[in-house]
Design a binder for this molecule. Structure first.
Ligand SMILES: Cc1ncc(C[n+]2csc(CCOP(=O)(O)OP(=O)(O)O)c2C)c(N)n1
Ligand SMILES: [Mg+2]
Length: 591
């Protein structure tokens, strides 16, 4: 039996489980693990500049490809606590990441040791498992269990905390015969699917709400096949966006309070039946439940049994992996279709399409300073369907969801539920590491960008090029807008006269200089006509220098973006599109 340190065994298991990348930074308590990484030599390590960033890089890496699991590594004490936000974000969005931390030696855990914190207890509510391994011989079993848990049921993160002496202890372990544990995924039965289809059959105006579970299950093709077979419009959630292309005739728009389309909300409110697959009924999607539920019947398919009925009791619930359920939905609907037993919803589909064509928001403005809507219009023109967008939170993200287009699963990569500021730069770097050939375009408000701007250096150091669009209003824009309810504009201004950059006219931080200082390229734009050339130049710079390229767009300071508290009271602050010239990059044009 091969004898090796527990840290060597851990790294060997990472390899056997398909891990090729790790994001992190060393410290004294995790050095034995780094020594094992070095001896192994087969895992690419990306050195983050902040440990929280390493956890977000891991998340971006997981999200870009089915089967990926991002690994983040840090030392004891503050490194673990820094990664807590990443664990929260990953667990909230059902994304598996493995967080590995160093720890004080076992005998010193209760003796005021430097940087010894009970990280397993801190991480417990945010993970599927969080454990400090006290016995070296348990290390292989704990890692095997971690991968089993991350991949089984509703995916989510795991934390493994390794005391210094546990890492160094020698154990018997044979990597050659190591085998990943079987993965558990509940699957719907045919009887359950038939029951749901019978309920669907009685509906007059049905919709499918397609959640992120479909993307996690890598089942977007099955969703499209099923929707086409039954000819039922699809409303993706923010996490499900991209599971059918925005230009698909059955893409009815997103519904919600903020990240939604006018036509998506109108169609949801017109519907009388909702089949939710792999979704959570998150409140940013549903708004008030009375409005959301009124007059409609609900079927809910979810991989986690306890999700059924958690937000409201559905009329029928099915516990299933989204992919397993959709396979049966396609099979059963195919049989009904061949037997001529499917209802005809053609008129309803055409009504949904008409709403998609007519209920548009205006994007074409020529104002200086630039209105944000115009930026998204230019992005739609400049970036093709292969683009993987990465974003976090803010008016920037909300407007992006309203105006950008997504055509493929895993091409809208967003921290949907936790929305931690600072997520965007490191997540984009993780996406680039996970898919080096991808066209990656990140989008941040100025504040999100400033949170973890230092990570740009990681992109420059490791040759991970992407375009980062920064929409700068010198405001915590979303919070400024929500403070209207308190009749205040308090502690939300990012503007100041930068003594080194008077040309910024009071917009504060000189993002171009900071980005350049970190080894990246950067362009600043003040006028609408300069946005498109800036994007083209950014593509050239990215190709030439292989570093992140920032395009900063100086926006008007105050723009309120459409949002509301109920699906039927979303407030529009700008004039709506009246002619096709008002929204020239909308999917279905007004004419
Ligand atoms: C860690 C963290 N703190 C606070 C918030 C609350 N928050 C959400 S959006 C926002 C302002 C974002 O400003 P910016 O990135 O400039 O985007 P804008 O809304 O101006 O487009 C804040 C403070 C958060 N999401 N995350
Ligand atoms: Mg801002």
């Amino acid at each position: 039996m091969p004898r090796m340190t527990a840290a060597d065994a851990a790294v060997a298991i990472l390899d056997r489980e398909g891990i090729t990348h790790a994001f992190g930074l060393p410290g004294a308590a995790i050095n034995p693990f780094y020594a094992a990484l070095r001896r192994h030599g087969g895992i690419t390590h990306v050195l983050a500049r902040h440990v929280e960033a390493a956890s977000h890089m891991a998340e971006g890496y997981t999200r870009v490809r089915a089967g990926n699991i991002g690994v983040c590594v840090g030392t004891s004490g503050p490194a673990g606590t820094d990664m807590i936000t990443g664990l929260y974000s990953a667990s909230a969005d059902s994304i598996p990441i493995l967080c590995i931390t160093g720890q004080a030696p076992v005998a010193r855990l209760h003796k005021e040791d430097f940087q010894a914190v009970d990280i397993a207890a801190v991480a417990a509510p945010l993970t599927k498992m969080a454990t400090t391994v006290l016995e070296p011989a348990q290390v292989p079993g704990v890692f095997a269990q971690a991968f089993h848990l991350m991949r089984s049921g509703r995916p989510g993160p795991v934390l493994i905390d390794l005391p210094f002496d546990v890492q160094l202890a020698e154990i018997e372990f044979d990597p050659g015969t190591y085998e990943p544990l079987p993965v558990y995924k509940p699957a719907a039965t045919r009887a359950q699917i038939d029951r749901a289809l019978a309920m669907l059959d009685r509906a007059e105006r049905p919709v499918i709400v397609a959640g992120g579970g479909i993307i996690n299950a890598d089942a977007a093709d099955l969703l499209v096949a099923f929707a086409e077979l039954v000819n039922v419009p699809v409303i993706p959630t923010l996490m499900g966006w991209g599971c059918l292309p925005d230009n698909h005739p059955l893409m009815a728009g997103m519904a919600g309070l903020q990240t939604a389309h006018r036509y998506g909300n109108a169609t949801l409110l017109e519907s009388d039946f909702v089949l939710g697959i792999g979704n959570r009924w998150a409140n940013r999607h549903t708004g008030g439940l009375d409005t959301y539920r009124k007059g409609r019947m609900f079927v809910h398919v979810d991989i986690q049994p306890t999700q059924i009925g958690r937000v409201f009791p559905p009329d029928y619930g099915i516990v299933s992996d989204a992919g397993a359920a959709l396979e049966l939905f396609v099979q059963a609907a195919g049989e009904r279709s061949r037997a001529g037993q499917l209802s005809d919803w053609d008129i309803w589909v055409k009504e949904c399409q008409e709403r998609k064509r007519t209920m548009l928001r205006r994007t074409h403005f020529d104002d200086v300073p630039i209105k944000p809507q115009r930026v998204y219009e230019e992005m739609n023109r400049a970036f093709g369907p292969e683009t993987r967008y990465v974003s976090t939170i803010g008016l920037s993200q909300i407007a992006a969801a309203q105006f950008l287009h997504t055509y493929r699963p895993r091409h809208w990569i967003n921290a949907g539920q936790a929305g931690p500021l600072g997520w965007t730069v490191p997540a984009a770097i993780g996406v680039c590491a996970g898919d080096p050939d991808a066209t990656v375009v990140a989008l941040s408000g100025d504040y999100d960008f400033q949170f973890m701007i230092e990570e740009l250096a990681v992109g420059a150091q490791f040759g991970l090029p992407y375009i980062h669009v920064v929409v700068n209003n010198a405001y915590l824009g979303l919070i400024r807008q929500s403070q209207r309810g308190f009749d205040m504009d308090y502690c939300v201004q990012l503007s100041f006269d930068n003594v080194n950059a008077p040309e910024l006219g009071g917009y504060g931080v000189d993002h171009v200089k900071v980005a350049e200082g970190l080894g990246c390229k950067a362009i600043r734009v003040f006028k609408p006509a300069d946005i498109a050339p800036a994007f083209e130049r950014a593509k050239e710079l990215m190709a030439e220098f292989r570093v992140p390229v920032v395009v900063e767009v100086i926006l008007e300071r105050v723009t309120n973006i459409s949002m509301g508290t109920e699906l039927d009271n979303v407030v529009e602050f700008e004039e709506l599109a009246a002619r096709k010239e008002d929204a020239p990059t909308a999917i279905a044009l007004l004419d």
